[in-house]
Design a protein around this ligand. Structure first.
Ligand code: NDP
Length: 244
């Protein structure tokens, strides 16, 4: 029986690359998406070329009740969830002096509270089977902070704390919980930056370039698969040496 991975925000960017990495390894894929304007049919077709089954579930990670339903839908189709990847995330960058209360709340609501909402509704299915892996996508900004990203940094630092608490609470149930802290990755989130900003960030990276989502996906696969047997509560940086 194939293993099952659920990825939040899995229809583009890093989440989509994670879905393809797990599909290549023979996992059945559950992709959560929020907006329905993507070419989901094409993604489905391409994933199923790896001879795996897929399920696409619409849902906002800020909607706690919806995640109760999603958990049931996945169990109805696949009977279990082996791996959860909390990937959905947003930015609303501005300096604190200009940051509205709403800018702060909405980023924390999606990135941090969303990770809680999904975990809280999915982890009981892992706990019952006494096995599972959770990988939370934090950020290097949650480790080192950044001017203009107080809301985002706070949300990602919160994810790191949440990860450690979950790892401690569920270790006895053989559920390994880790986060990763990506640096500068080539997705829609960073595409909006001007070329000069991109160049200046690249100059601060020892490897002198952005990573592709597929490079991040390989790390998520390792931490989320049974190849990882002894890492839990960790935050693994994948940043080209940016924050060593
Ligand atoms: P994208 O902007 O390309 O994708 C974000 C994803 O999150 C989309 O799939 C989007 O879904 C989903 N999403 C946003 N809000 C919600 C919500 N309320 N409910 C459900 N899904 C939602 O970003 P990336 O791929 O770059 O980012 C993925 C993760 O990686 C994020 O957590 C981000 O913070 C983190 N990260 C990214 C870095 C980078 O340099 N790109 C660096 C460090 C961390 P939809 O398409 O349906 O709107």
């Amino acid at each position: 029986m194939n293993k099952v991975v659920l990825i939040t925000g899995g229809s583009r960017g890093i989440g989509k690359a994670i879905a393809f990495e797990f599909a290549r390894k023979g996992y059945n894929i559950v992709i959560n998406y929020m907006a329905a304007d993507k070419d989901l049919e094409l993604i489905k077709k391409e994933l199923e070329e790896y001879n795996v089954e897929t399920l696409f579930v619409q849902g906002d990670v800020t909607d706690f009740k919806r995640w109760e339903e999603i958990g049931k839908e996945v169990i109805e189709k696949f009977g279990k969830i082996d791996v959860l990847v909390n990937n959905a995330g947003i930015t609303k960058d501005t300096l604190i002096l200009r940051m509205s209360e709403k800018d702060f709340e909405s980023v924390v609501d999606v990135n941090l509270k969303g990770t809680f909402n999904v975990t809280k509704n999915i982890i009981p299915y892992m706990s019952k089977r006494r096995c599972g892996r959770i990988v939370n996508i934090a950020s290097i900004i949650g480790v080192v902070g950044n001017a203009g990203q107080a809301n985002y940094a706070a949300s990602k630092a919160g994810i790191i704390g949440l990860t450690k608490s979950c790892a401690r609470e569920f270790a006895a149930r053989n559920i390994l919980v880790n986060s990763i802290a990506p640096g500068f990755i080539n997705t829609n989130m960073t595409e909006v930056l001007s070329d000069s900003v991109k160049e200046s960030i690249n100059n601060q990276i020892p490897l002198k370039r952005q990573a592709e989502p597929s490079e991040v996906a390989k790390l998520v696969y390792f931490l989320g698969s049974e190849e990882n047997t002894y890492i839990t509560g960790e935050t693994v940086k994948i940043d080209g040496g940016m924050a060593m």
